[in-house]
Ligand binder design. Structure first.
Ligand code: GMT
Length: 374
């Protein structure tokens, strides 16, 4: 099939899922057309069957805010005609599914089937804002297929938006051939030359991710277990987290690495991943860690309990309860055998429930269904 994909090309989870989906579809011989304002972050090399169409947003002195939604709609319609798209898949409702609705309307009576995948904050934060709610509801209802990345998010969409359409839950996925357990390579030794345990947090450092809690947890752990903390990513809370590391006197052992391309390697060199988010519709990075045989300590919020079973792949802890997170981290890091067993079970879960080979066919079936519909 010829599939258009629109997403935020930046560091967020929805852009990562969209890009990885595009790569998996291309591997399966589909022709994939990314329609975005910049090349997606993880599309770092040329791949057969993948094409990139830039959305240029012109500015004029009159515009305080250049109308990206319109520029995107125009580009979607152009690409749909030129490339004979069978389906257009929008990741993150705002504003992508609104643009897709406009593109579809421009092309009538020619069909342009549209799929919208809801990822999280498009529903729980931004979309629920009164100023965006009606148009988000409208654009979801106008999509030909709607998916959400967890049952939690599907239920939140129904309760917040009262949408009258069906929503299919298609969980996020991981490629278990690319996310691999630590192979004994040198990176672990480089990070922790004294054999210290390595804790890791990966996020966009928005307040919702609670990176300060990560530092709080680590400051307790390092008092009892020699360890280092990797803080990967960047965003508004980074400087607060750096300040807190200094306050707690652990700044030499907390490494703020910024945005990195080698996430898989960094995670698999680690022993434990911390994700103490306030809300999380899925928690993709927890799944990536699980595929790398790295146990996780995550908040018991949103869709995370659908990904992580307490005591199996790691632990679920109430958000903000840093004492309990630290207790669980110490329990695990202090017991080599338990850490290893939990890591193995985590990878097994990733392979059995969330492997790309199981999830991608669900999207293919959805595309075929809506592209075939009159
Ligand atoms: O929270 C982020 O890091 C970005 C955000 C996004 O929309 O780009 O992530 C959301 O989508 C991810 C991929 O489906 C999910 O794994 C995240 O849980 C979700 N974030 C939230 O719900 C806060």
């Amino acid at each position: 099939m010829r599939i258009g994909i629109t997403c935020y090309p930046t560091y967020g989870g929805s852009g990562i899922v969209a890009t990885e989906l595009g790569k998996e579809l291309a591997e399966r011989n589909h022709e994939v057309h990314f329609i975005t304002y910049a090349p997606p972050m993880r599309l770092d090399q040329a791949v057969d069957n993948i094409h990139f169409h830039e959305v240029e947003v012109r500015s004029y002195p009159l515009f305080d805010h250049p109308p990206y939604t319109l520029a995107l709609a125009t580009r979607m319609a152009e690409v749909a005609v030129q490339q004979k798209l069978d389906v257009l898949h929008c990741h993150y409702a705002i504003p992508h599914s609104v643009s897709a609705y406009l593109a579809k309307s421009m092309l009538r009576p020619k069909p342009l089937p549209v799929v919208t995948t809801l990822h999280g904050t498009d529903i729980t934060l931004v979309g629920a804002d009164r100023s965006y709610l009606p148009i988000t509801r409208f654009s979801i209802e106008q999509s030909d297929g709607v998916t959400s990345v967890s049952n939690f998010l599907r239920d939140a969409t129904f309760s917040t938006f009262s949408v009258r359409c069906s929503i299919e839950v298609i969980y996020n996925f991981v490629n278990c051939d690319l996310y691999l357990p630590h192979s004994g390579g040198g990176l672990r030794h480089c990070i922790a030359p004294g054999g210290e345990k390595i804790l890791i947090h990966v996020s966009n450092f928005r307040p919702v991710k609670r990176p300060m809690d990560v530092v709080e947890v680590y400051s307790r752990v390092q008092k009892e277990i020699p360890s280092v903390l990797l803080m990967v990513g960047d965003g508004p809370e980074r400087s607060n987290a750096e300040w807190l590391a200094r306050e707690r006197g652990v700044e030499k052992k907390v490494h703020f690495l910024g945005k990195r391309d080698d996430i898989g390697e960094l995670i698999s060199a680690s022993h434990l991943l911390l994700l103490p988010s306030e809300t999380e519709s899925f928690g993709l990075v927890a799944l990536e860690a699980m595929a790398c045989e790295v146990p996780v300590i995550v908040s018991r919020v949103g869709g995370l309990p659908e990904v992580v079973e307490d005591g199996v792949e790691g632990f679920l802890v109430e958000p903000r309860n840093v004492e309990e997170m630290a207790r669980r981290a110490l329990e695990l890091l202090g017991d080599e055998r338990r850490l290893r067993d939990m890591g193995r079970r985590a990878r097994r879960t990733a392979r059995e429930r969330f492997c790309a080979s199981k999830i991608i066919p669900l999207y293919e079936a959805l595309y075929a269904r809506i592209a075939g519909a009159p």
